[in-house]
Design a protein around this ligand. Structure first.
Ligand code: MG
Length: 435
């Protein structure tokens, strides 16, 4: 079996919430890589594309390594080369400051041996009918907390820092790389993916979809995975890379010559997916990436211990998380403003109510003063008098009592006090007429 015969597929989708795709993917067997750019306006898509291009150019050493240990060291070098390229790029270009990316890479060698390189919270799985087995550890705040026993896995989906990663390519000149060997058996599928997939699709679903759909059509399986994540919200860019290194019916053996051929074409990367958005940079040859951090000659590149929190500054990875935070802040501000407006309106109404008085005719015909508004239920009795409304001159009655004109307390009291005088004025001419 040659690498070209290995069933594989890749797909990357912007998702439902983002306006551009910062993920990048490269699949050309025996190599598959996923990178999830961080940075938004700081060119996350440039970081992911630059990392993949640099990694692919440097990955030939992984392909031709004579032993597993040598391959692991070569993998670490390749990932470090990618880190150096991204880091240098942001130093050289101010518009790229703050950009970073995850990277999760697999190089398949003879006999189902898989060399894994990994930084960040993208993931590599082995999928089979038995289920999904995650090969990589997430370099994220919540994953570190779960591994140290300080967070229950069930609380991860609602944790406020669930999308903050603790390691990425780019921010520092050096980075701790998880590089190690794994093995896949006949019929197993390798799945590399960005967190936009695993945010929405459960591990058992990953295995079921791929195992059921992939034998004849891995492209369909990749599409189904992306579609499912989109159906469930598509809150992030969604990227998947699939390959079945060892067919289910034979032991499978990859030929080094063919691996050489694949590496030779890797300098001009192509993917089996629609072109990723952004990242228009030319592939960066490894020799242009600056000096690579050295690995001690006797340094076995064992998987990085992940039981310590990395020193680098945690990076808000998922823009959707930032969007959610901003939405929450906006909602909170809107509620506060609404509450303040409500309080001010209530205060004005209460103040107006407390200073509003009007004359009113009681049920027994007497005239009194009510405090508040001349609407049922919005006033209280304030003062009474013996004057009957019927005894008032009709014009006075209309103007002073029936109109319910709002007055100050003092004015209302003055009008009430003057009413007997007005009765006298009404009575006097009547007496004259009688005489
Ligand atoms: Mg993502």
């Amino acid at each position: 079996m040659t690498p070209h015969d290995i069933p594989s597929a890749a797909r990357s989708d912007v998702g439902q919430r983002r306006d551009h795709n910062e993920d990048a993917v490269f699949v050309k067997m025996p190599l598959l890589v996923v990178a999830d750019g961080v940075g938004g306006s700081a060119k996350g898509e440039v970081a992911s594309r630059l990392a993949i291009d640099t990694f692919v150019a440097a990955a030939q050493d992984v392909l031709v390594a004579r032993s597993g240990d040598e391959a692991v060291r070569a993998m670490e070098h390749a990932v470090l080369a990618a880190n150096a390229a991204v880091h240098q790029s942001q130093l050289d270009d101010e518009s790229r400051r703050g950009m970073a990316t995850t990277i999760t890479a697999a190089v398949v060698r003879d006999g189902g041996e898989v060399v894994v390189g990994h930084v960040g919270d993208s993931r590599l799985y082995v999928l089979s009918a038995a289920g999904a087995r995650q090969l990589t550890d997430d370099h994220s705040v919540v994953a570190e907390l779960v591994r140290s026993g300080r967070l229950d896995p069930g609380d991860v989906p609602t944790h406020p820092q669930r999308n903050v990663i603790t390691r990425a390519l780019g921010p520092e000149a050096d980075v701790s790389v998880d590089a190690f060997l794994a093995h896949v058996g006949p019929g197993d599928w390798l799945l590399a993916c960005s967190d936009g997939l695993t945010e929405h699709v459960e591990e058992h679903e990953l295995a079921r979809i791929v195992v059921e759909a992939a034998p004849g059509d891995p492209d369909a399986a990749a599409a189904q995975l992306v579609d499912l994540a989109n159906e469930r919200g598509g809150t992030d860019n969604i990227t998947v890379a699939l390959a079945q290194p060892v067919p289910s019916d034979v032991s499978g053996e990859l030929h080094v010559e063919a691996l050489h051929a694949a590496a030779a074409t890797a300098a001009a990367p192509t993917t089996s997916m629609p072109a990723t958005t952004g990242g228009a940079d030319d592939p960066v040859p490894a020799e242009d990436s600056g000096p690579l951090p050295r690995v001690a000659a006797d340094g076995d590149a064992e998987p990085e211990a992940s039981d310590e929190l990395p020193a680098m500054q945690p990076i808000p990875h998922d823009e959707d998380w930032r969007d959610d935070e901003l939405d929450d802040e906006r909602d909170l501000r809107a509620w506060i403003v609404a509450l303040m407006v409500l309080i001010v309106v209530f205060a004005i109404v209460a103040l107006t109510w407390s200073r509003s008085y009007f004359l009113v005719e009681r049920g027994d015909g007497s005239v009194g003063i009510d405090r508040g508004f001349p609407v049922a239920g919005l006033s209280t009795r304030h003062a009474e008098s013996d004057v009957l409304a019927d005894d008032l001159d009709p014009a006075d009655r209309e103007r002073l009592v029936d109109s319910h004109r709002i007055l100050s307390e003092a004015d209302a009291q003055q009008v009430l006090d003057d009413l007997p005088t007005r009765l006298d004025a009404v009575d006097a001419p009547a007496a004259g007429q009688v005489a």
